[in-house]
Design a protein around this ligand. Sequence first.
Ligand SMILES: [Zn+2]
Length: 327
Amino acid sequence: MSWLTNYVRPKIRALVSKSDVPDNLWAKCGNCGQMIFHRDLAANDKVCPYCDHHMRLTADERLKMIFDGGSYESLALPETVQDPLRFRDQQRYSERLKKARSATGLDDAIQLAFGEIGGQSAVVAAFDFRFMGGSMGVAVGEGFVTGARAAVERKAAFIGIPASGGARMQEGILSLMQMPRTVIAVEMVKEAGLPYIVVLTDPTTGGVTASFAMLGDVTLAEPGAVIGFAGSRVIEETIRETLPDGFQRAEYLHEHGMVDMVVPRKELRAALCRLLDLLMVPQAPSTVLETGAQVAQEAADEAPVAKEAAPEQAESGEATESERAAE
Ligand SMILES: [Zn+2]
């Protein structure tokens, strides 16, 4: 007996633990459980080749995927107040922030980028779920507003890509204040006559759903993404009814008119290119940065004649090209 417990059992345990798959080679699909080579997964844009499950992307992976040539200019997040409530639960909020920063290399849960998508200027505000569940506090709210301002200043489209559990609890009321702030930021983009597109990814919930995420001129969603306000378990317990299959999934929301298109990741870039091509009014590239208010005012003044002005600008563009050719 002692031989069995002391010698054989540890040997078996060691064998079993050796057969454990090293994390650096394989990833396990969260949906079908299949083991997939990291390399194959990356080549497939982090979509399971067996069941088409769309895994979460980092903000960086997302941005590389949608900009022309995978290149973009990162826009810095503005400095904001850190840990305004000196909040503490099991650990200090300031500690949580520090850990999230070192784990992700990000300042906060949002990343801003400017570049071209299908040749059209665009500012993208992409969330990173790894950073405290993509939660929206002051820094994220301020980041989103900064992104909207940059879009107006650069006469670019604005694209929001949430992946968020909602408001950041550790910032209390201040995180809730980011809901109206982001709504106003979206209005600013719309008043400047620029398109605002939302790509809902897994998950988009809580205060993010209840603010800028549902205000897109066009709302896209990734297949299978969870999109909702309160969690389905909470709803079930409240109304004491079983919820239908696929409740709060992108496809369900599409069927019920909350989402315009469910776009597989492989087709997302093409879809954005097409949309921007349709929605952006042709205009000469802006070189001088103006303040948001000025641009908004000018855009409002010029809006009725923008279409008439477009052909002239196109002509002047051709002229410069022919001049260049002459040289
Ligand atoms: Zn799978």
